[in-house]
Design a protein. Structure first.
Length: 106
């Protein structure tokens, strides 16, 4: 994984073309990059992020932020109750219990 200015990129090697190609994975917009070496790939990734940010600026648009940290979750009522009870038993808020559980699974 590549990271730059809070954005994350993923890359893979295409043996047919002999190129490394990647994409920024935490945007709805499609931002890609490619190169023939790891050093070029890292530079291409950074250039793609900078180009994306400049493009947004030129258009007067706010660039997408990678993630806000807010996460909406819908649960069946019975599961919601059981998770709440478990969080209370462990002395945690529901939010903290869910965050801890996800961290253990990630």
């Amino acid at each position: 994984m590549l990271t730059y200015k809070g954005y994350t990129g993923r890359a893979e090697y295409d043996d047919e073309s002999g190129l490394l190609h990647g994409e920024v994975i935490d945007l709805r917009d499609v931002v890609t990059f490619q190169a023939t070496s790891v050093a070029e790939l890292e530079a291409a990734f950074r250039d793609s992020i900078d180009d994306y940010l400049e493009f947004c600026k030129e258009r007067g648009e706010e660039p997408e932020k990678p993630f806000s940290g807010r996460f909406m979750l819908r649960l069946p009522p019975d599961l919601h109750r059981r998770v709440h009870v478990r969080a209370v038993r462990e002395g945690k808020s529901l939010n903290q219990w869910i965050a801890d559980s996800l961290e253990k699974s990630a």
